[in-house]
Design a protein around this ligand. Structure first.
Ligand code: WAQ
Ligand code: MG
Length: 269
């Protein structure tokens, strides 16, 4: 039996009463791993760099295994950037190359850079006009009900190319689910943890492009923008992001390419 386990935490009360978002997590776990998973989430919320949460919501739901679908891990590429300006320039170029308009890119960046603090979910933007399409306000759309299909296999393969840690695993799983969503064009993200400055641009076509520096060290403001097709059905998309159970598979060999020009290729297998 499997369970969807999700956590969101805030400080200064619940999110909906103005509390400051601290941390969230989403997993799909076997019955035997639920207890351990819940304890890990509790610890994360209480010992987070962003602060000690005083509101923690953990939701555990039994799932029907026939409702789970499988999607492949998107290809992973790493870029070199020496500072935030270079990181943003690479991200903009990559977004444009997978079909996001220059106007939408500017608007997306402005929206993220204008945040005074992180919100708990992602903002949806029209990839053509750059208009914000969701009306989730300071909540954003939270992608949930996803995990990697085989955690042990995943850890082992990613460790071989030096991609370890929860940030990477969670981001790769989220980005792969998001890239598979109906109407999705691309995602832009950087972390909200003050000492974690990495971010990425991801899409089904271009894969996961890891960018080492997307904000200044010490900044607790990160976020996500999902750029979607002009005629995207927001209701269908939001339902997929929030409710569809998705497990991410390796689907054979996965290549991780390193370098601005992606010259060095390391196969994970
Ligand atoms: N659904 C939608 N938005 C989310 C979710 C979610 N499940 N989780 C986080 N966000 C939004 C929210 O606004 C956060 O403030 C923001 O994204 C950043 O979240 O080394 O750690 O969990 O390759 O801090 C990327 C690089 C790390 C990983 C991203 O994001 C790597 C990261 P964080
Ligand atoms: Mg974070």
């Amino acid at each position: 039996m499997q369970f969807s386990v999700k956590m969101r935490s805030a400080k200064g009360g619940p999110h909906e009463k103005g509390g400051r978002h601290i941390s969230g997590a989403e997993r799909i776990l076997d019955e035997n791993d639920v207890e351990k998973g819940v304890v890990a989430m509790l610890r994360r919320a209480r010992n987070h760099q962003r602060g000690k949460a005083d509101f923690i919501s953990i939701k555990i739901e039994e799932i029907k295994e026939d409702e789970v679908i499988f999607k492949p891990l998107i290809a992973v590429h790493s870029c070199i950037a020496k500072n935030v300006a270079q990181g943003h320039a690479i991200a903009k170029e990559k977004l444009q190359s997978v079909g996001v308009s220059a106007l939408a890119i500017e608007r997306g960046f402005s929206a993220l850079l204008a945040l005074k603090d992180s919100i708990r979910g992602a903002m949806l933007f029209d990839a053509f006009t750059g208009e914000r399409l969701d009306n989730f306000g300071n909540r954003g759309v939270r992608v949930t009900k996803m995990d990697c299909a085989g955690a042990a296999e995943y850890e082992e393969k990613l460790a071989k190319v030096g991609l370890t840690g929860e940030h990477v695993r969670e981001a790769l799983v989220l980005a792969s689910k998001v890239a598979s969503a109906p109407g999705m064009v691309a995602e832009l993200c950087w972390a909200d943890d003050p000492d974690y400055v990495t971010g990425y641009v991801a899409s089904a076509v271009g894969g996961y492009i890891r960018i080492p520096i997307m904000k200044e060290m010490g900044s607790g403001v990160g976020g996500r923008i999902f750029f979607v097709k002009h005629d995207c059905d927001i209701k269908v998309l939001s339902e997929y992001l929030q409710e569809q159970l998705v497990l991410i598979t390796f689907g054979g060999n996965v290549d991780v390419e390193v370098g601005t020009n992606f010259r060095k290729k390391t196969a994970i297998n």
